[in-house]
Ligand binder design. Sequence first.
Ligand code: GLU
Length: 428
Amino acid sequence: MASKAFNAFAMAQTQFDHIADLLDLESGTRELLRNPMREYAFNIPVRMDNGEMKIFRGFRVQHNDARGPGKGGIRFHPLETIDTVRALSMWMTWKCAVVDIPLGGSKGGVICDPHNLSMREQEQICRGWVRQLARDIGPLRDVPAPDVMTNAQHMLWMLDEFETIHGMHYPGLITGKPVGMGGSLGRTEATGFGVIFTLREALNDLDIRPEDTLASVQGFGNVAQYAIRLYNQIGGTVTCVSSWDQKDETSYSFRKKDGIDIDQLLKITDRFGGIDKSKAQDLGYEVLSGDKWIEEEVDILIPAALENQVNAETITQISNRVKVIAEGANGPTTPEADKVFAAKKIFMIPDFLANAGGVTCSYFEQVQSNMNLYWEKDEVLGKLDVKMTSAFLAVNELAKKKKLYMRDAAYVIAINRVAQACKDRGWA
Ligand code: GLU
């Protein structure tokens, strides 16, 4: 999605092939896991506010459901492609497996730009997406959730359409629902907080106090905002954050040497995470070009935007001070950049481990929806911390024991679990 030459699915397959070789996976298992089980691509006709009819292209890819119903978000993005959705569905399979929740991997998307769509038009896209898939998703089959530029409101429209079609309530159909409408407390915070739970453990392992660290963050959407908040709470300072500017169709980095103030920035940020440049300048922020976030003299980099951001080109700009990368986004680092991190012994907390807090909380949401009994926020976040911490510790232990790069160790655990489930079912 980020550049024409980059193909996220090719990258996901490269990562998979590397581990399949390492594990000496049988050819049948390899073939099964390197491609999605099922894919849906379809048109969504929408009557626009100006009376015109417009057709939007929608996707759902179900990569693997051997360990449980497919699970994964739906992205609204103008540059969405089927290959990006394929990659993301595969990463969802590994994500659910590495945190050991009983779910498989799926992903969905629609080629559209919500910045230019009214709420009514977005509602029609959500309902149209569900109408196309009404028989192919479900609480026991494939369970969508929010992702880039979709939120609780979109989930509720989708749920409402599904329940209208099937004539019954199915709160387990979808997660990331509004609180009070089947949603879980803590779900909004979960992905960003999860990134910091794993970062906290990494710093502990490296014997570095969070209070002594600086971080730079790419992106200012849901994941970044809550990651920054919790990182500040454990004592860290964020000196730079980048955000997308819709008007200029480019991103900018916002830098404050003594630390950005999250509450102050949120007051001048739109609902897509776009920070107002001139207001930020008035508040004393340096406004720099969008790629500057990666050059910051910091200890920690948190890419929390889109895929292909840390690649062969951008990695040359990273400061020697950087010790940890915590991937809030899906697929931000390419295999070429991974090689550099591995050679420099920079501690990598890979995407499908670092950002698994969202889907883990989605699983808690399903459990609560099924019981029709909802937990307090502290209980949800406490359980999330336990799950994320134990997944991190298991990956870190394996990485140390077998001298593996952290991404590879996470892959070994996840792929082994999924391959075993496929074998046990007689699929491989
Ligand atoms: N979209 C989130 C992710 O990429 C959450 C998925 C979910 O909750 O199902 O992990």
